[in-house]
Ligand binder design. Structure first.
Ligand SMILES: C[S@@+](CC[C@H](N)C(=O)[O-])C[C@H]1O[C@@H](n2cnc3c(N)ncnc32)[C@H](O)[C@@H]1O
Ligand code: SF4
Length: 396
């Protein structure tokens, strides 16, 4: 592999000698019902999904971004939401055909689609797979009907189970999203959810501690959730049980069986590039002399109206990342990984010498938060447990 070098670029900036892998994120903003804990850009829909209008806007959004990624290969696609499984099989087929026509998509690209168990009838997943989806991420949350009700989910445990079976029949790679520290949940409830999830041997689990996010129904009317001691006991149980059964906790919330890590998410954490299309989608793109961040406007209707004007009015943000922000942004992502990243990737991905963050590295090592590893940038057990404190060391 070519060794990157740092050369001062225009205005004293460094330049990247090679570009990182590129992924694509597609945002589908609608849900049947808004869950009370959710702060994603997702909107309850009382009518049919406006598929034609959405796909036309998506294509216009992508085409306007193409000059930014000209000639580059795309290693993965993630169709997230919201609830992408609200789209008909036909719409997903049209979407993937459009993406293939516009992009240089690797033949074995990982193509993940998020699905809500309340929106999939048997057969739908087979159609998505026939169109090229090769990984399905299911929002299970829990198998317990009472917990699902408390979370305002549109499905019960039985529907969750049949969605997993349908997904496994359609694709080889399935992720299950499970949340813990749920309203009224006991350690036994958490244990039961985890054991059931692992028993499906899907290869990948995302296990999230329920957080009460600002501007959600749960922030306004907080449910009674497990206290810190109980939720810590749940995390300990999860850590021990997954490890004992051969699941690697390779990122703070991501657990994989061997060979099953998500390529798309790894690219985020390794500070790779991604283009985001759809309402509210974010992107980070590298050029030889700068790194830019983009965000699309969040409101689905305005985004659809503006994207097709093709005049850039669908952009909410479009700016070069400041030199001094880069070190923190890189570490914010890299430290989420259990194994961290090679030290050499700092210069590769930011164009800066590691000397730029040397004082923060020394300070974090002296506090026992970062491993004194000559090859890798990697959190210690303590640093991982207090990740916010470790990340804050790298704030300028
Ligand atoms: C976009 S959703 C997944 C797909 C689909 N919308 C669904 O919910 O079935 C992403 C995941 O983030 C997790 N999540 C969302 N809000 C959360 C919160 N406040 N705390 C913890 N996890 C959350 C859930 O596990 C959810 O499945
Ligand atoms: S279905 Fe998923 S995206 Fe939609 S509101 Fe619920 S958690 Fe959020």
């Amino acid at each position: 592999m070519k060794k990157p070098t740092v050369v001062p670029g225009p205005g004293g900036r460094s330049i990247l000698s090679s570009l990182p892998p590129l992924s694509l994120y597609v945002h589908v903003p609608w849900c049947v019902r808004k869950c009370p804990y959710c702060d994603f850009n997702s909107h309850e829909l009382n009518t049919e999904v406006p598929e034609q209008e959405y796909l036309a806007a998506l294509q216009a959004d992508l085409e306007q971004a193409l000059p930014l990624i000209w000639g580059r290969q795309v290693i993965s696609v993630f169709i997230g939401g919201g609830t992408p499984s609200l789209l008909s099989a036909r719409a997903v087929d049209d979407m993937l055909a459009m993406l293939r026509a516009c992009l240089n998509l690797l033949p074995d690209a990982e193509i993940t689609m998020e699905a809500n168990p309340g929106t999939v009838e048997a057969g739908r997943f087979l159609d998505y797979a026939a169109s090229g989806v090769n990984r399905i991420s299911l929002g299970i949350q829990s198998f317990d009907d009472r917990a699902l009700k408390a979370l305002g989910r549109i499905h019960d445990g039985a529907q969750a189970r049949s969605a997993i079976e349908a997904a496994q029949a359609a694709v080889d790679r399935v992720n299950l999203d499970i949340m813990y520290a749920l309203p009224g949940q006991t350690l036994e409830g958490c244990r039961s959810d985890l054991l059931q999830a692992m028993d499906y041997q899907t290869g990948h689990l995302s296990l999230y501690h329920l957080t009460l996010e600002p501007n959600t129904v749960f922030a306004k009317y907080p449910p009674v959730v497990p206290d810190d001691d109980l939720s810590a006991a749940m995390q300990d149980f999860i850590t021990d049980t997954t490890a004992a059964r051969g699941w690697e906790r390779y990122e703070v919330s991501a657990y994989a069986q061997p060979g099953q890590r998500s390529r798309h998410n790894l690219n985020y954490w390794e500070f790779g590039d991604y283009l985001g299309i759809g309402p509210g989608a974010h992107g980070k793109l590298s050029f030889h002399d700068r790194i830019i961040r983009q965000a699309k406007i969040k409101n689905p209707t305005s985004w659809m109206q503006k994207a097709v004007r093709r005049d850039g009015s669908h952009l909410a943000e479009d700016r070069a990342v400041q030199w001094k922000e880069l070190g923190f942004e890189f570490m914010l992502n890299a430290l989420r990984l259990k194994e961290g990243v090679p030290r050499s990737s700092f210069i590769e991905r930011t164009g800066q010498s590691i000397l730029a963050i040397a004082p923060a590295i020394d300070s974090a090592i002296s506090k026992g938060l970062l491993e004194p590893d000559k090859e890798r940038l990697r959190a210690t057990e303590l640093g991982w447990r207090f990740l916010n404190d470790l990340q804050a060391e790298f704030l300028d």
